[in-house]
Design a protein around this ligand. Structure first.
Ligand code: PMP
Length: 285
């Protein structure tokens, strides 16, 4: 396996960043994950637009020209022979002697690009069986709209989910309303077949898959309501699913031990999943 690290393509096993990298010391970095499907990188434009926003919200510089970054992403995908998988891009504020305040403006940002293959049999199994989620109180900061590498609450929540035999944890606000998953956005389908997802204000990450799902829903003639929904409403919903670049639309069949509908993945979720690739923007990897 090959990774890209600050200007070089290196063997994955030997790929290192400096001990005084601010990503390592402070979580002072941002990232993006793009899905690779059937040899295409999905939604590159939207992912890089969001990267641009994350960088700008944190006053961080682009590590290279946007077009050059796309070349590096495709090169890492190609060198790893990824046909179905993901490409991960991470930018940090660079290497500087440990000090909380920003280093001098001429400090070059660090850039890492990694690509990984999916085990498609495992993916098919998860779609067939659906996933289980637990709920946890929201304990993150109020700027989770920035895709920062500071993910400790997400790490702890997802570990707790795993220990409960589940695959995702949903953060719940103080009003009992669902925010989003540790690494995904949350959706329900009402009895009337309407898709419901929380508005993307500063309280959640505006998922790229979530955004493209609006286009997919339109193509399928499905209505979307952007509003908050409670854990109780989700438990009583016709279907529940999560979205992210690595899961697309993934059925949820259990929330805190309560079975959703008949306990099987919902047909609307599966049709959204099916139509997603056709609707999304694609470039050949
Ligand atoms: N929310 C959080 C907290 C996430 O980490 C992710 C995945 N990166 C998402 C939502 C989904 O975003 P996307 O569809 O862009 O992968």
């Amino acid at each position: 396996r090959i990774a890209y690290v600050n200007g070089r393509y290196v063997v994955h096993r030997d790929a290192c960043v400096h001990i005084e990298d601010r990503g390592y010391q402070f979580g002072d970095g941002v990232y993006e994950v793009c899905e690779v499907t059937r040899g295409f990188v999905v939604d590159t434009v939207r992912h890089l637009d969001r990267l641009n926003r994350s960088l700008s919200e944190l006053s961080m510089a682009w590590p290279m020209a946007r077009k050059a970054l796309v070349v590096v992403m495709r090169e890492v995908i190609r060198r790893n022979g990824v046909v179905n998988g993901l490409v991960y891009v991470q930018v940090t504020r660079g290497v500087a002697g440990r000090d909380f305040v920003f280093p001098s403006p001429d400090t070059p940002p660090s850039l890492v690009v990694i690509a990984r293959k999916f085990n498609m049999d495992a993916v098919a199994k998860r779609v067939e069986n659906g996933l289980k989620v637990i709920t946890v109180p929201e304990n993150r900061w109020d700027r989770v709209d920035i895709k920062s590498t500071g993910l400790l609450p997400n790490v702890l929540a997802k570990q707790k989910a795993k220990e409960a035999g589940c695959q995702e944890a949903w953060f719940i606000d103080t009003d009992g309303m669902v925010k989003e998953g540790g690494s995904s956005n949350a959706w329900i389908v009402t009895k009337d077949g309407v898709l419901v997802t929380r508005p993307a204000d500063h309280g959640i990450l505006r998922g790229i898959t979530r955004t493209t799902m609006f286009d997919v829903a339109e193509k399928l003639g499905l209505k979307i309501e952007e509003r908050k929904f409670s854990v109780a409403e989700a438990k009583a919903a016709r279907e529940v699913f999560i979205s992210s670049a690595t899961t697309i639309a993934m059925p949820i069949v259990e929330i805190d031990g309560a079975t959703i509908a008949n306990g099987h993945p919902g047909s609307i979720t599966l049709s959204l999943r099916q139509a997603f690739f056709d609707v999304a923007e694609k470039i050949k990897a």
